[in-house]
Design a protein around this ligand. Structure first.
Ligand SMILES: Cc1cc2nc3c(=O)[nH]c(=O)nc-3n(C[C@H](O)[C@H](O)[C@H](O)COP(=O)(O)OP(=O)(O)OC[C@H]3O[C@@H](n4cnc5c(N)ncnc54)[C@H](O)[C@@H]3O)c2cc1C
Length: 416
């Protein structure tokens, strides 16, 4: 049976998160856009308490208990729930959502690459008493779309049983917050064998307070300005041997398991990043319709298309785009929950969401004219916030390549 209704725990959660988004994010949306990186820890602590009170906690997918009270198998809904949660919080404000304590991409990398023991060790901090952030540092100046070009190295100090990391990472979302207040972590991708290309790639957990890692720059950005995007330098940064994610035997391996781990991380995170774009698009469409109705323009759903005005047709087309993009996300997260290979669906959902949020926010500014362009309303801000959906976690071009490879049955080498 195909089920299109959100399971009850998800719709209840969304309902509660709407209150947070409406009352704690929207009122400060403009302020934290104009005052970049200015979110104080008081506000972060406040959001942390709100997330805990709503049960949203760690903003990381949770394993649903396998059996219900009657002993029946429960469906896994962790990624589906996460998509709904992030959509709603991004409807509130996507930049502020990125400053809401939670595991973020760091937790996703631990989940995709860590052993069960590592998952317990590194993930329990999220959603606990103290707020904690998780980030993932893959990108380097010469390694963006081509992640296998990373040059950050990890060398084993056998005497002390520690890894020594050296290199520079750029564009790390939440990099500063993850290292700042003592309880977060950054998953740093490094190579244990620079001559081995992607075979040498491995993820390492660098916990806040580790010696030898520091933030060197915060980007000034077009959108998601509340969120910090950091450059990190690792200089003889030491982490315990067991902070390498995955098997301890990896130093001997010459397989591409490390690179596959990176791709598995993206398969999990791309649909939920897509969901954040849909939150922005939905916010835009709702405000657009409200502003139009104030001017006496009410969309006449159900009329034949030729009887509609041009604006009505545009708005209805935007709704179609929004809903179709959301369905692709639901399919991709449903597959992730059911442990099905979802590379193609994850990339498809990300491409579509990036296109849709860019188009909807641009159209809304265009339709509202001066009202859309000025800072009196959030339309111009959402237009700026939208574009990142199409850049991080693989650009639109890269995700299109992945879809094409899957459809045509080509490898990465054959179609690049
Ligand atoms: C605000 C922000 C936050 C970010 N957060 C993170 C983070 O938390 N962690 C992290 O590791 N990284 C992060 N990134 C980095 C982001 O993932 C990269 O910017 C992105 O992957 C593109 O890499 P690049 O910038 O090096 O561009 P390049 O790889 O140099 O690409 C430049 C252009 O060429 C296109 N292109 C490249 N290769 C191909 C190809 N084969 N075919 C067709 N077109 C191609 C790209 O699509 C792009 O349009 C963030 C970036 C930004 C802007």
């Amino acid at each position: 049976m195909i089920e299109f209704e959100a399971p009850k725990p998800i719709s209840q959660q969304s309902f509660v998160l709407k209150t947070v988004a409406e009352n704690m994010m929207r009122p400060v949306s403009r302020y934290f856009d104009e005052n970049e990186h200015a979110i104080p820890w008081d506000y972060i602590n406040f959001m942390h308490m709100a997330m805990k009170a709503t049960g949203a906690g760690s903003l990381a997918p949770k394993e649903t208990p396998k059996k219900d009270a009657e002993g029946k198998e429960r469906p896994r809904i962790g990624y589906q729930m996460l998509a709904f949660m992030l959509e709603m919080l991004s409807w509130g404000d996507v930049g502020i959502y990125l400053c809401t304590p939670g595991g973020g991409l760091g937790a996703a990398a631990v989940q995709a690459n860590g052993t069960p023991e590592q998952q317990v060790k590194f993930l329990t901090r999220f959603g606990e008493e103290k707020p904690a952030f998780g980030a993932m540092a893959m990108t380097e100046s010469q390694a963006g779309s081509d992640t296998s070009a990373i040059r950050t190295t990890a060398v084993l100090d056998k005497e002390k049983n520690q890894w020594i990391l050296n290199g520079e990472k750029i564009f790390v979302t939440g990099g500063q917050k993850s290292l700042e207040e003592g309880n977060g972590l950054v998953v740093v991708w490094a190579t244990i064998d620079p001559s081995a290309g992607r075979a040498g790639m491995r993820p390492f957990v660098v916990e806040a307070g580790a010696p030898g890692i520091k933030v060197t720059k915060l980007e000034h950005k077009m959108g998601i300005r509340a969120s910090d995007t950091a450059s990190l330098v690792l200089q003889d940064c030491r982490v315990p041997f067991e902070n390498i994610l995955g098997s301890a035997e990896v130093t001997q391996e010459k397989t591409t398991s490390g690179f596959k781990g990176a791709m598995a991380t993206f398969d999990a995170t791309r649909p939920v990043v897509a969901a954040t774009g849909i939150g922005v698009a939905r916010a835009t469409l709702e405000l657009l319709k409200e502003l139009l109705s104030q001017q006496g323009i009410i969309i006449r759903y159900g009329l034949p298309r030729q009887k509609l005005t041009n604006i009505e047709r545009e708005v209805i087309d935007m709704e179609i785009l929004l809903r179709s993009a959301w369905l692709l996300i639901i399919k991709a997260v449903w597959m992730a929950d059911n442990k099905l290979a979802n590379s193609m669906e994850a990339s498809m959902s990300k491409v579509r969401a990036g296109d849709v949020v860019t188009r909807i926010t641009q159209k809304a500014v265009e339709i509202m004219g001066p009202i859309g362009y000025t800072r009196d309303y959030l339309l111009e801000k959402w237009f700026r916030d939208a574009k990142i959906t199409d850049i991080y976690e693989g650009t639109g071009q890269i995700n299109r390549l992945i879809v094409a490879r899957n459809v045509l049955g080509y490898t990465g080498r054959e179609l690049r």
